[in-house]
Design a protein around this ligand. Structure first.
Ligand SMILES: [Zn+2]
Length: 428
């Protein structure tokens, strides 16, 4: 099966960040050629007036929480968690699968082709991933048994999940850790041991709020990042979400270990986490930084175009420096840098022959993106475009959405089932 994306402005995100006017030829699940390509293919998508991008990568999500959108706005994190736990306790496996499917459809519509998810019942999220055709980096969350609603031991559950989903083309499993506030040294190290033994990655929340940091200092004498280094948790297979309250010492510790960060500016701002993650310092230290939307509870959107714009503006505004986090850097954070942050840069993050065919086609023929040309397309993607401008999404060589229509699932039915399920959960 071959696919030709014809006549677009290809934002390659390759090492020299070339923008090429031409085609992208896909054979099977890989990109076969970029630029001047053969023009025969089983399916041709006309990309005239569009940018062709590497599919965007969302570095931090709890996709199933799409069902909880809008139930806890305008309150701090602690109160949001309280409200969500009350509903979460009623979640059935079916709710998780349905919520995740809704989240996957939302992401695919916005040109997101990969996401990193942190949740329990990730096997249900995996089902939603396969049904929708998105690529999932799925991290089964672990925490101390005393704090969990999971049946059985969370670390054993995570290990069973990792074993069960090996060699799945769309699902890459990993082991999650909720955060130092509910995970003891024993739990953190058990999670790491499982990840290392199975050769998979780790994903954890880290230093999202000041309370988390102060409580941990009171308990251990060390800040969370320092403590994780001391117990030997940091390593090149670790990606941490947030990192709002990291000191430069902690940033250097992450860099030394080869760990990466997912920056979630909208969620941090909405929950008034205060402070701003030291993203420029992370990047200067050599830490790969991805962008993540976090869940619908604290965003409430999974549109990475909105996230890019917010990231750029947040750092400029708070540092009084218009040059900080320029558009190209921010685009990198949802493409090639995000792929690096997930340990997947050999296969994802740029439009180059040999890489997996995860692509997004986005219209530049909109009032808000006119005029467009090669030299302003990066600016448009970060500051002007929005997810609803995405025309087609391709994952693993398969056209998942085209002409604004989902091909893998009956979208209307997914929305209806999600609406019904939320009504039952919330009594709304
Ligand atoms: Zn989170």
């Amino acid at each position: 099966m071959s696919l030709l994306l014809k006549g677009g402005l290809v934002v390659t995100q390759d090492a020299s960040r070339r923008i090429v006017r031409g085609n992208v030829l896909v054979e099977g699940n890989r990109i076969a050629a970029v630029g001047d390509t053969p023009t025969e293919a089983d399916e041709v998508i006309d990309c005239e007036g569009c940018a062709v991008l590497p599919g965007l990568i969302n570095g931090h999500q709890h996709a199933a929480n799409a069902l909880l959108r809008g139930i806890a706005d305008d309150v701090p994190l602690e109160e949001m968690l309280e409200r969500s736990f009350a509903v979460d306790a009623k979640f059935t496996r079916r709710d998780v699968q349905l919520g995740a499917l809704l989240g996957c459809v939302e992401m695919l519509r916005c040109g997101t082709t990969s996401f990193q998810d942190l949740f329990y019942w990730e096997d249900e999220v995996a089902r939603a991933v396969r049904e929708s055709g998105i690529r999932g980096f799925l991290s089964w969350v672990t925490l101390d048994e005393a704090f969990t609603t999971q049946h059985g031991n969370p670390v054993r559950n995570a290990e069973a999940f990792v074993i069960k989903h090996k060699a799945d083309p769309l699902v890459t499993t990993s082991v999650g850790v909720q955060g130092v506030y509910v995970a003891s040294e024993e739990t953190c190290l058990a999670a790491k041991e499982v990840a290392d033994r199975h050769g998979v990655r780790l994903h954890a929340h880290l230093s999202e709020t000041r309370k988390e940091v102060y409580d941990h200092v009171a308990k251990t004498g060390l800040r969370p990042g320092e403590w994780l280094e001391k117990i030997g948790f940091l390593g090149p297979n670790l990606n941490v979400a947030h990192g709002v309250w990291l000191t430069l010492n902690e940033v250097r510790a992450l860099a030394r270990a080869g760990a990466s960060v997912t920056h979630c500016p909208v969620s941090n701002m909405k929950l008034a986490s205060g402070g701003v993650a030291p993203v420029p310092e992370m990047r200067d230290a050599g830490v790969a930084v991805a962008l993540g939307t976090d869940s619908a509870l604290s965003n409430n959107s999974a549109d990475l175009f909105g996230e890019m714009k917010t990231a750029a503006l947040l750092h400029k505004a708070t540092r009084w420096d218009a040059r900080v986090l320029p558009a190209q850097t921010v685009l990198d954070m949802v493409t090639i840098e995000a792929a690096r942050a997930l340990g997947a840069a050999a296969d994802l993050g740029s439009v180059e022959a040999g890489k997996l065919a995860d692509l997004a086609v986005i219209s530049l023929r909109r009032p808000h993106t006119t005029p467009f040309y090669s030299s302003n397309v990066i600016s448009h993607l970060v500051y002007s475009n929005r997810g609803s401008d995405v025309q087609a999404t391709i994952v693993d060589g398969r056209v998942v959405m085209a002409d604004g229509k989902m091909r893998t699932v009956d979208e209307a039915a997914v929305l209806e089932r999600a609406q019904e399920s939320a009504r039952e959960l919330l009594g709304a």
